[in-house]
Structure formats: structure tokens, C-alpha cells
Write a protein that binds this ligand. Structure first.
Ligand SMILES: C[S@@+](CC[C@H](N)C(=O)[O-])C[C@H]1O[C@@H](n2cnc3c(N)ncnc32)[C@H](O)[C@@H]1O
Length: 219
């Protein structure tokens, strides 16, 4: 079945880049996430992939650190927006996060940030398996998500940028056409351990977690 990515194709999400009307908890989440990346991704890295790269916020910050840097997104409009922000060195590919048209063992780092993981439909394990497939041995997945305590921040963010959110116990559904889930620490840890990845989970801010998963074996 074709996925509905009409919201992500609308261009509306670009208003996030202006930074106006963002709740302070959301600004703190993004800033702390960016600091974690600067601390953990070496200055001279061979290869980085970002899944759901959006308007290129992260690609732009990391492109000078990597020999090869790739962003994938399922929305053409997001890829166009990222293209305006990053240099020609950055490869941008239109792809579904569940089936990325790149070979196994391609990257040292696979990133999935700012709760993009919580936007994915279906079984989240499928996406972790795809990230793992793309990693080299000893490579790392860096994944950040909303925590159990993010509900009010999610609702406030979507209201503030002119969307229509409806809150449920584990997610917010936005009428304009996407879902934003949130995760418990143990639930997040289990996605990694169930898929043969070593994991460390950091409490990033009160509303977010940052997990680093490592692929230990070659298989
Ligand atoms: C919340 S935005 C985050 C953008 C960027 N990672 C950042 O942190 O600024 C989520 C992005 O993931 C993309 N996305 C959502 N579901 C996807 C899927 N199944 N496959 C590929 N991209 C997806 C959306 O188009 C959007 O650009």
C-alpha cells in the first residue's frame, strides 16, 4: 500500500527552520541533540547516512566531518529544501526508510533524529533492521525520540505551527496527515537488543531520549 506522505510534500514543515513559535522544550531538544552529534561523530568520519533528512538541518551541520554523507527522505519537497541548504557533496536520495536502495555495510554512522522514528508507520523493528543492514561492523545508529513526557510539548509545537493535533496515550495524531509517537526508555532499548545491537540510552532532555546502537558482528 502506498504511504501517505502528503504532509511532508506540502512544504509546510519548512516553517520549523524559522525557529519562531517553537516551545522552549523543543528548542532544547534540538540543541541538545545537535550537541550530542558534535560530541560523538568524529571530525574526520568516512561515511554518514541520515534517514528522514527533512530540510537538511543535520546534514548541513555534519557535512564537513564526513568524506561521504547521504540523506534519504520519502518526500521530494523535503529533498528540494535540503538541496538548497547543503553543498553538492551531500547525496540526497528519494527513498522509503524501510527499503533504502543502498548496499549492506555502507556506513559508519546511520542517524535518525528529532523523532523521525516516531513518524514511521508499521513495525518499528523493520526500520531498525534496515538501519542495521546499512551499517558497517562496529558502526553506530544514532536515534533520538520523544520520551513518555513529551505529550504537552508535542501538542504545543503542532498548535504553534498551525496544525491540528489530537493526543493519545502513546502518540499525537495530526489531522494534516502524520502521527508522532513517543517511547519509553525500556521500549527504546528493546528495539536495539531484539535486533542484535548493543545499546546505550541517554536521557537527552526531560522530553527526549538519544540511543546509540552498535553493530558488533559482521552478520
Ligand atoms: C520530523 S521530520 C525531521 C527532519 C530531520 N531529521 C530533522 O531532524 O530536522 C521527519 C522527516 O522524515 C521524513 N519521513 C517520514 N517518514 C518517512 C519514511 N517512511 N521514509 C522516508 N522518510 C520519511 C519526512 O518526510 C520528514 O522529512
Amino acid at each position: 500500500m502506498a504511504r501517505d506522505n502528503s504532509y511532508w510534500e506540502s512544504g509546510h514543515y519548512e516553517c520549523m527552520d524559522e525557529g519562531r513559535n517553537l516551545p522552549s522544550t523543543i528548542i532544547a531538544y534540538q540543541m541538545t541533540e545537535e550537541r550530542m552529534l558534535q560530541q560523538h561523530i568524529p571530525l574526520q568520519t568516512e561515511s554518514i547516512l541520515e534517514i528522514g533528512s527533512g530540510t537538511g538541518r543535520i546534514l548541513h551541520q555534519l557535512e564537513s566531518r564526513a568524506k561521504r554523507i547521504v540523506g534519504i527522505d520519502h518526500a521530494k519537497e523535503m529533498l528540494r529544501s535540503a538541496r538548497r541548504r547543503v553543498s553538492d557533496k551531500v547525496e540526497l536520495i528519494e527513498a522509503e526508510a524501510q527499503s533504502i536502495p543502498l548496499p549492506d555495510f555502507s556506513f559508519d554512522y546511520v542517524l535518525c533524529l528529532f523523532n523521525t522514528f516516531g513518524n514511521f508507520e508499521g513495525d518499528q523493528n523493520d526500520y531498525i533492521q534496515e538501519m542495521r543492514r546499512l551499517l558497517k561492523t562496529d558502526g553506530e545508529i544514532h536515534l533520538s525520540v520523544y520520551s513518555e513526557r513529551a505529550r504537552d510539548s508535542q501538542v504545543q509545537l503542532y498548535h504553534n505551527i498551525g496544525l491540528h493535533p489530537q493526543a493519545y496515550s502513546d502518540r499525537v495524531e495530526v489531522k494534516e496527515g502524520f502521527t508522532s509517537r513517543r517511547f519509553g526508555e525500556n521500549q527504546l532499548r528493546k528495539f536495539f537488543t531484539d535486533n542484535n545491537l548493543e545499546v546505550r540510552v541517554h536521557k537527552l532532555t526531560p522530553i527526549s531520549y538519544y540511543a546509540i546502537g552498535k553493530k558488533l558482528g559482521p552478520s
